[in-house]
Design a protein. Structure first.
Length: 703
């Protein structure tokens, strides 16, 4: 103690003798050092979890999809051909990205509607939603399934999603479950969110359920009284119900799919919408005879919007009350019509992409919409957090800020501050971690051994018919690069819904109106309604440019600068032109290039069924058939693996019935190898035989 006193006196004496300039320098240095120490401790603790089994647990009882599992293993698919260590897998599974779906205590005790069973029980999460259960470990003390995590923002604890929720797969063969980090999940997030909303509403309106819910939440010790619990219960009942209305889709997703872009677009629109925009939509409904003017006036909604117009930026509470008034004052048909005036239908579900090699791509997403250079990875991941319930606390400031300059707002005295729960520090860490994730090799100790002769014959077929868009790579080379071969949708012929929606969807620009956004070949001035792709870019830029509001002032700036510098310096991908047969962006059509789909290296493709961007083909063999011979309907949900055709079991159980005739579900196109093919050297190749087709399947297993 005496030593500390003497040290303090010496520091004070030293500091008092400095000029103001050197005092400022030393303060900045001290802030930087303390922040660095704090981050180092946080990062070290995040990697503390070292459970050898990575928390994997078998679920008791029969699996409704018929899967039979006696053991769970992980494969060698990490650095230098080795798998991620348990510490690395658990860090990926348990590290928050800033997703805040609902209060954490609520999720722990919430019971499925009409049941005494916890919604989060292993049986529910695995059997109904196909999330992978885990037992408790040091960084997952409440035994949440893979992809679910506790996030703390502004002193409150929330349950949210991690990257692993959508990007951890499992392949079952001979009662062995192979868990694959970075592989597409089998999860049905849409049904989970629907049931979550139903359970929250039930806890609010059912007296017996409500009483039990209050008792269980209070027992955890973080809420002081019933009033506080009821206030949050009411708020999240509104939000989850509103989310379901806004994201209602005529196309059912089922397992292993989500219209992530459509939902991200809608989340952005709700955060930037203004009271003027909402009033405009309602008055357009009157003009189109969707609601009588007298009924709208009587509802009081316009009076409420008049009050909101005094606010430059709407808060979450403002939006909650508005949505509640809509639900109470308008018919369901009118509410849905209003939804269509302000939001867009997320009716183009796609498979969850696999993550190995992701940091080596030049362009990402199924339609190559995101450049991977510079701060591209941070922006891409920030958009994803916005889509999975990151908290957006946008507000008007009363002085200029550095963030305002970086977002093009200049020296205005009232810029928008894009405060949010997005954890940029962890997003940068995710990209660093993924650099060491390599594709899974076909495990011949578990799956049937490959036929070397067929593999060799298939390699020739692949080189002739496939390599132009799916160039092979060395899966463990540190300098490997993936050049996305972009092919216009009207050329490749696969389902157009995702590519079309990404470019065509528009929405009210709200607080972003009159801003400039770089889109395609130049800057786009945002009109009253603008492409949501441009609004997403603008909003993501604002969030990334805004330091973490959940840290003290000095650490905010140091962390922010350090994370962005780290992201750019660790990213070896440079800006480059797109490759392939796509339609280039023009000033008249600035989003033309994203109406396309991407071909990428196929290493590890065996672990990523179902196939095509929308998951419309169950196996690799089926994909290589002419489109008119592919299955028109099949089941999804089982993880039982078919090592012959390469895909999951698709018949004989009670799974999701995938109908390729529904909008967004088409399985046509990508008919390469089934029609005469002319190579660049002018040689015309005949359609492949069935023998060549089976050889190609064998070769694809080996990648």
């Amino acid at each position: 103690m005496n030593f500390l006193r003497r040290l303090w006196k010496k520091c004070r004496a030293h500091f008092s003798g400095l000029s103001w300039f050197w005092k400022l320098v030393e303060i900045i240095v001290v802030i930087f050092v303390l922040t660095w120490i704090g981050n180092s401790i946080e990062d070290y603790w995040a990697f503390w979890d070292n459970a050898p089994d990575r928390g994997a647990v078998l679920v008791a009882g029969a699996d409704p999809m018929g899967d039979q599992i006696d053991r769970i293993v992980y494969l060698d698919n990490g650095k230098d051909g080795q798998n991620w260590t348990p510490r690395e897998s658990l860090w990926f599974d348990n590290t928050t990205q800033g997703s805040d779906l609902m209060p954490y205590d609520f999720f722990l005790v919430l019971r499925a509607k009409g049941s005494q069973q916890l919604l989060r029980s292993d049986a529910n999460m695995n059997n109904k939603y196909r999330y992978l259960p885990r037992h408790a470990t040091s960084n997952n003390p409440d035994a949440l399934p893979i992809g679910f995590v506790k996030d703390t923002y502004k002193g409150h604890a929330y349950m949210g999603f991690t990257c692993a929720a959508c990007h951890t797969g499992e392949v079952v063969y001979n009662k062995t479950a192979i868990r694959v980090d970075g592989a597409p999940a089998m999860a049905d997030m849409d049904t989970f969110l629907t049931d979550l909303a139903a359970a929250v509403n039930d806890a609010q309106i059912n007296p017996a359920v409500h009483a039990k819910f209050l008792s269980d939440v209070k027992a955890l010790g973080h809420y002081s009284d019933d009033k506080a619990i009821d206030a949050d219960l009411h708020k999240y009942a509104i939000r989850l119900t509103a989310y379901r209305i806004v994201n209602k889709s005529s196309t059912k997703y089922g397992y292993a799919r989500l219209d992530a872009f459509g939902r991200i677009y809608n989340q952005v629109l709700q955060y930037i919408v203004s009271a003027d925009d909402l009033e405009t939509a309602l008055r357009e409904m009157v003009a189109e005879n969707k609601i009588p003017a007298a009924d709208l006036k009587k509802s009081g909604i316009l009076d409420y919007l008049a009050k909101l117009k005094k606010k430059p930026v709407l808060t979450g509470g403002d939006r909650d009350k508005f949505m509640q008034m809509l639900a109470e004052k308008l018919s369901l048909k009118q509410v849905l019509y209003f939804r269509n005036m302000v939001f867009n239908a997320p009716d183009a579900p796609v498979s969850y992409p696999f993550l190995w090699d992701i940091t080596q791509h030049d362009y990402l997403q199924w339609n190559g919409v995101v450049a991977n250079a510079g701060l591209g990875p941070v922006g891409r991941n920030t958009g994803e957090v916005i889509g999975v319930f990151g908290t957006m606390d946008f507000r008007k400031m009363h002085h200029w800020t550095l963030s305002a300059l970086l977002t093009g707002q200049g020296f205005t005295s009232h810029p928008i501050a894009y405060d949010s729960s997005v954890n940029v520090h962890n997003l940068v860490g995710f990209e660093g971690q993924l650099k060491d994730l390599h594709s899974p090799k076909w495990p011949e100790t578990i799956l049937p051994k490959l036929d070397p002769k067929k593999v060799a014959a298939g390699a020739v077929v692949f080189e002739n018919y496939c390599a132009g868009c799916h160039a092979p790579i060395n899966r463990t080379a540190g300098d490997r690069r993936i050049v996305a071969a972009m092919t216009a949708q009207d050329v490749v012929g696969t389902d157009n819904a995702m590519a079309k929606n990404s470019a065509a969807y528009k929405g009210f620009s709200g607080i972003e109106r009159n801003a400039y956004v770089g889109v395609g070949p130049g800057d786009l001035l945002l009109a009253r309604k603008a492409p949501v792709a441009a609004l997403l870019v603008k909003t993501v830029t604002g969030v990334v440019a805004t330091p973490d509001p959940d840290r003290w002032f000095g650490a905010r700036l140091v962390n922010w600068a350090s994370d962005l510098i780290t992201s750019v310096s660790n990213n070896n991908i440079k800006a480059s032109m797109k490759s392939g047969a796509y339609h280039p962006d023009t000033t008249q059509d600035p989003l033309a290039s994203i109406r396309a789909y991407k071909g990428r290296a196929l290493d590890g493709i065996w672990a990523t069924a179902p196939y095509l961007h929308n998951g419309s083909v169950p196996t690799l063999y089926d994909l290589l058939l002419p489109p008119d011979q592919r299955p028109k309907t099949f089941l999804v949900g089982s993880r039982e693996f078919d090592p012959v055709k390469v895909g999951f079991k698709s018949a004989g159980y009670n799974g999701f019935n995938f109908l390729t005739t529904q909008p967004g579900n088409s399985n046509v196109g990508h008919d390469y190898g089934n029609v005469p093919f002319t190579r660049p050297d002018g040689t015309t190749l005949k359609p492949i035989t069935d023998e060549q087709r089976w050889a190609l399947v064998e070769y694809l297993k080996s990648l």
